[in-house]
Ligand binder design. Structure first.
Ligand SMILES: NC(=O)c1ccc[n+]([C@@H]2O[C@H](COP(=O)([O-])OP(=O)(O)OC[C@H]3O[C@@H](n4cnc5c(N)ncnc54)[C@H](OP(=O)(O)O)[C@@H]3O)[C@@H](O)[C@H]2O)c1
Length: 255
């Protein structure tokens, strides 16, 4: 395989367009899973949350890992390139092999799982293909301010995301499906603390890679889970009369 810059541009632009579509679809109506799932008389097909999250996220890990393994000769230089590819795989290793096995979430709709998987194949290919076949970085990219500040943001965002998902998980005993008011960590300031972490993480990744595909993905993440944080916030305000009034939806002290 070789690098086709036109392909990268086309796939990144399409990702940007998909982000805007997500935003327009979900600003008013939340994505129908978890606390926003419609309670239908005859529920559509659903899969246990563990299985669904594992299957959905697996391509995001496998596709770039396969691209990396299949590249001949293997790409070993520069170090910055290898590290960036590893960061992406690291996040999806967590999301595929760790997160699903601890979740206490409700069963997940099959239809959304199908679209989620398609998206993970698409994005896994775009990010992996760009980093493994196209990206060119100087040998000292690891000391560039964009790499170091982006990496710091990535790690900070990942830490917030994992910690917030842990706090949500601890709200339930095994087998419970009720909703409670999240407390502690960044939930003190926002209803969508896990989403805030994920958005910071992917913008950090975009800065560290300084690439169009990664910025398109960070934008997609913002448009996908930003509205979800807003809907979670409204849900909490409607459901719990004692919900902290100073808590914002997504960005501490701002929104
Ligand atoms: N990069 C992207 O575009 C993208 C897109 C989607 C998700 N994600 C990431 O994937 C992870 C999960 O996303 P999600 O949309 O499922 O998050 P979520 O709606 O906040 O739910 C996360 C987990 O916590 C449970 N939960 C949520 N609020 C709760 C409460 N008040 N009381 C008790 N349990 C509660 C949920 O159970 P239920 O399932 O029963 O509601 C679910 O198991 C997040 O870290 C998110 O950042 C990333």
């Amino acid at each position: 395989m070789q690098c086709f810059p036109g392909l990268v541009l086309a796939l990144s632009s399409l990702l940007g367009a998909l982000a805007l579509l997500q935003l327009s679809l979900h600003l008013r109506v939340p994505s129908r899973y978890g606390k926003h799932e419609e309670r239908l008389v005859r529920p559509r097909g659903r899969l246990p949350a563990r299985c669904a999250w594992f299957l959905q996220e697996l391509p995001s890990f496998l596709v770039p890992a396969l691209l990396l393994a299949l590249r001949s000769p293997p790409r070993l230089e520069p170090l910055g390139c290898r590290l960036l590819c590893c960061l992406f795989c690291w996040h999806y290793f967590y999301r595929t092999f760790i997160y699903p096995f601890f979740t206490r979430g409700r069963p997940f709709p099959l239809q959304l799982l199908f679209f989620g998987m398609l998206f993970c194949i698409y994005n896994g290919f775009l990010q992996g293909y760009y980093l493994i076949y196209c990206a060119e970085y100087p040998n000292d990219w690891c000391t560039d301010i964009r790499f170091t500040s982006g990496l710091l943001l990535f790690l900070l965002g990942m830490g917030i995301n994992i910690h917030s998902d842990l706090l949500l998980r601890q709200l339930r005993k095994p087998g419970e499906v009720t909703y409670k008011i999240p407390q502690g960590g960044l939930f003190t300031y926002v209803s969508g603390a896990n989403y805030f972490g994920e958005i910071v993480e992917w913008f950090g990744f975009a800065i560290a890679t300084w690439s169009l595909p990664a910025f398109a993905f960070a934008f997609f993440t913002l448009c996908c889970i930003g509205p979800r944080a807003y809907h979670h916030h409204r849900y909490y305000l409607k459901t719990f009369t004692d919900y902290p009034k100073s808590r914002k939806a997504l960005i501490p002290f701002v929104f």
